[in-house]
Structure formats: structure tokens, C-alpha cells
Design a protein around this ligand. Structure first.
Ligand code: AMP
Length: 466
């Protein structure tokens, strides 16, 4: 199937061709036709499956009739609203809207907190048809009457599960209460829960359900590997893995900001270029850390869950769980950072005795046993646990609602991703038909240019704790 078979307008096909995409991904093939027909859609789609284009392309087509180049704000009311949980994701979604809507005269804007509100007010006042927003800042605008949502006819709740996790349900309800009842609504969520089902009942009408990967499963192109290791020896093992396997680009997850800071500092001391991103870093620091990581100047980006949410890093080969996430759904989200757009990736988890229950919960959710590897005699010799080292995990879970200030990075134009991944080519099978087995870790990557590493010194979070 090609994009033109989906009935998309020539302006959109041109923009898609410029991105180098040849075929729609399964979520695009399934979501685009019902959205074009005006139906509500509930999509259980993993991150990395192409879901953003899955809702952006048909949205642009549905709004095309309103395209105009008038300077009058009255000719540009907000007609589509896209809500995302984090500022980073909001910025990325607006990038997609601009990329795919390049040849259609519709205006878009993104509003999120942590930055001055005045430029946003000026943009809204001039008129935009498509508004991408995080809930908190949108409520600020509604409170100040600097945005009018009375003509919204198209609503997208992106990463619905994450929005609920972050406690945004009351905010979402308040926002939806000011939208016209007659509208088309779409809900995208990586995982399903009873709360999500509740949201569906309240806000969607007779939705078409789409599921492109088994519920709560992880992308098939990701291979998983668990190292059982003492908490105190994790850092040495990580350094050893990075060096011995010559890993060039690794996203490492810690559960706390202080843990992320410490790990980045220690990796740096071990001669591995690392930077930390989390909500205590300034926007400038985060932008720099992310940019340098994307460019290959920094090998390791140590992040907390919220900071990494929605990051779209092309060809990210490795994700490491330095701490296992407290909630098994977060494993799905973390691992979704790699293996995107048909490329392969590897998820490595360093699991201490104390985290055994967390591992069991993840395996229960995924219905797979994650392949485990003993660090081996060689590593044991290299990584003796310090005498008297605490067996407690290094870090405690951080509060769920860490507000993330965006990197506000603008992704470089993306090139076509190879579609070797069966997820991209294989016909759709429902969750009940699918069997899922973890693949053993095996990955080869071409060498990348090695550039001097960046290290951001520990910030205020280290003093505060978390
Ligand atoms: P998403 O799941 O929306 O975050 O998209 C993941 C990645 O897939 C992004 O980098 C997109 O640019 C890329 N992508 C989206 N649609 C396609 C397609 N049809 N073919 C190849 N890559 C795509």
C-alpha cells in the first residue's frame, strides 16, 4: 500500500515524499482512512510507530478547506487542538504539523509552560488553526482569555496514558468542557488501563479501535537483555559495557534527578562522555545536552522518565535502565526510545536483587521473560562491590509529576527510515493472534565519528536531593 492509496491530498503526498517515506506504517494505514471519514479513533500505538503522522496527515487534510492566507485573525480560529503530556513532545508534534503541512496554508502554534507567555499570546492573537499544547499552559491561556477554543472541531489526546500518569485528568476535563461537543476526537495511548477506557467512554463517540502492536508490548525491533548485578557495582558494569562494546549513543534512565546527575558525573570521571537531563536543568542546558547527544558529541545521555518522554532521537541504538522503573508501563515507554521507525535497538537493564519484584512486574506486563545474562567472572573481577557498600538501590523513585521544560529542539529533516522491521511491512494481526518473544540481544552498528564529549557539571538538584 502506498500513501496515495490512502486518499491523501497531493500537497500532503508531496510533503511525505520530501521526508523520503515510501510506505505508510501500519498505524498510518489503519488510522488515516477512518480519520479522513470523520470518525473518532482510539489507537493503541507504541511510540516509534509513526503515530504522529498517523493523526497529523488526516487532520491537515480535514482542515484543508479552511486554508487561507488572509492576515485577518478572524479567518484563523483554532480548529484543531492537540494535547500532549510534555513540552518536548508538544514541540516535536508541532514540528510534524509544520513538516507535513508545508504546502497547505494553515497556521500552527505550540504553547507550553516554562517560557514567557507573551510571545504565545501574540501568536494566538494573530490566529492559528492548529494548536499544540500541554494542559497546564493551555489552562493559563484559557484563564487569561488569550485563546478561544469555541471553534475546535478536531481534538487529539496524544500519549493519553502518560497524561493520566502525570495527573492531568482534571486539567483535561476542564479543557474538554470548553470545547464544542460536536467534534472529532482521537486518543493515542501506548498502553491501556481502566482509566484510559474511562476516558474513551467519556470523550470519544463510537471510536474505531486500532492496535498495531500487542497491548502493552514493546516494539518488536527491540532486543532485551538483563544483567543481574549488585546495586553498588552497576556503574562499573555500565562503564565496562559501554567501553567493551564500543557503544556510541546510549540513553540511560535513572529514577531520580540526583541519581542522573551523579551517574553522569561518575561516567565522566570514568572517561565516558555523559550529560544529564531532567527538570532541574535549565532549558538552555537541556537543549545543549540533547543537541550534543544527537550530534554524537556526547556518548551517554542520562535522563529521568519525564525528561526523556517523547524524545525522538533518530537511530538510537541503546537504552539502558540503570534503575528499573517503578511502574512496568514505564519500561514500555523507555524502551520505545530505541528501535524506532523500523530500526533495531537494544534495551539493557541492570537489575539488582532489590529490583527483582520490579523485573517480575515488567515480565508479567509484557508476558515475556527477559533474557538475563550474568556479568560473568571477568566482569565480577572488574567490578567488585565496594566494601560496606549499601545494598539499597542508589535512588528512590522520583515524584511522578515532574514538570518537564522542553528542550524545544527542532529535529533536523528526517530521512527515510529503512522498513526492514516486520512491524512496518506485516499485515495487521490482533493482539490475541500475536505471540511475542523477546529476541536475544544482537546488534551491530556502523562506526560513528567520535567527537569530544560534553559534560554538564552537577546542578542544583544534587544539593537538593529529590
Ligand atoms: P512517531 O511514532 O510519530 O514518534 O514516529 C517515529 C518516527 O518514524 C519519526 O522519526 C518519523 O519521522 C518516522 N516515520 C513516520 N512515518 C514514517 C513512514 N511512513 N516511513 C518511515 N518513517 C516514518
Amino acid at each position: 500500500m502506498s500513501f496515495s492509496d490512502l486518499g491523501l491530498a497531493p500537497e500532503l503526498l508531496r510533503a511525505i515524499a520530501e521526508q523520503g517515506y515510501t510506505d505508510p506504517t501500519p498505524v498510518q494505514a489503519q488510522a488515516i482512512p477512518p480519520i479522513l471519514q470523520g470518525q473518532d479513533v482510539l489507537a493503541a500505538a507504541q511510540t516509534g510507530t509513526g503515530k504522529t503522522a498517523g493523526f497529523t496527515l488526516p487532520m491537515l487534510q480535514r482542515l484543508k478547506e479552511f486554508a487561507n492566507t488572509s492576515v485577518s485573525p478572524a479567518r484563523h480560529p483554532v480548529r484543531a487542538l492537540i494535547l500532549t503530556p510534555t513540552r518536548e513532545l508538544a514541540a516535536q508534534v508541532q514540528d510534524s504539523v509544520k513538516t507535513y503541512g508545508k504546502y497547505i496554508a494553515l497556521r500552527s502554534a505550540v504553547v507550553y509552560g516554562g517560557v514567557h507567555i507573551d510571545p504565545q499570546i501574540a501568536e494566538l492573537r494573530a490566529g492559528v488553526e492548529i494548536l499544540v499544547a500541554t494542559p497546564g499552559r493551555l489552562l493559563d491561556h484559557l484563564g487569561q482569555k488569550t485563546v478561544n477554543l469555541s471553534q475546535v472541531q478536531f481534538l487529539v489526546l496524544d500519549e493519553g496514558d502518560r497524561m493520566l500518569d502525570m495527573g492531568f485528568l482534571p486539567d483535561i476535563k476542564r479543557i474538554l468542557s470548553v470545547l464544542p461537543a460536536k467534534r472529532q476526537s482521537l486518543l493515542f495511548s501506548a498502553t491501556y488501563s481502566d482509566e484510559i477506557r474511562g476516558l474513551v467512554k467519556q470523550f470519544l463517540s463510537n471510536p474505531v479501535s486500532i492496535e498495531v502492536a500487542r497491548r502493552n508490548s514493546v516494539i518488536e525491533t527491540v532486543s532485551h537483555l538483563v544483567y543481574k548485578v549488585e546495586a553498588a557495582a552497576k556503574r562499573d558494569l555500565l562503564t565496562h559495557l559501554i567501553k567493551s562494546r564500543d557503544m556510541r549513543q546510549v540513553l540511560v534512565f535513572c529514577n531520580t534527578k540526583i541519581g542522573a546527575n551523579r551517574l553522569a558525573y561518575k561516567l565522566h570521571k570514568d572517561g565516558v562522555g555523559a550529560a544529564a537531563i531532567h527538570s532541574d536543568r535549565t532549558q538552555g542546558e537541556r537543549m545543549q545536552a540533547l543537541a550534543e547527544f544527537k550530534e554524537g558529541k556526547t556518548k551517554v545521555l542520562v535522563a529521568t522518565d519525564i525528561a526523556a518522554r517523547g524524545l525522538d532521537i533518530e537511530q538510537l541504538p541503546f537504552v539502558v535502565n540503570f534503575d528499573l522503573p517503578g511502574s512496568p508501563e514505564d519500561y514500555v515507554h523507555r524502551v520505545g526510545r530505541t528501535g524506532r521507525a523500523g530500526l533495531t535497538g537494544e534495551a539493557i537493564s541492570l537489575v539488582s536483587d532489590e529490583e527483582r519484584d520490579d523485573l517480575a512486574a515488567i515480565e508479567k506486563l509484557l508476558k515475556i521473560k527477559l533474557p538475563a545474562q550474568d556479568p560473568g567472572q571477568f566482569e565480577r573481577e572488574r567490578i567488585p562491590a565496594p566494601r560496606g557498600a549499601s545494598r539499597r538501590p542508589q535512588s528512590r523513585p522520583e515524584p511522578r509529576r515532574e514538570e518537564y521544560r522542553p528542550e524545544a529542539h527542532r529535529a533536523a529533516p528526517r530521512s527515510a527510515a529503512p522498513s526492514a522491521d516486520p512491524l512496518f511491512s506485516r499485515p495487521y494481526t490482533s493482539s490475541s493472534e500475536e505471540t511475542h518473544t523477546a529476541k536475544p540481544a544482537a546488534l551491530t552498528r556502523g562506526p560513528k565519528k567520535q567527537i569530544a564529549a560534553l559534560f554538564l557539571p552537577p546542578g542544583p538538584a544534587e544539593k537538593q536531593g529529590s
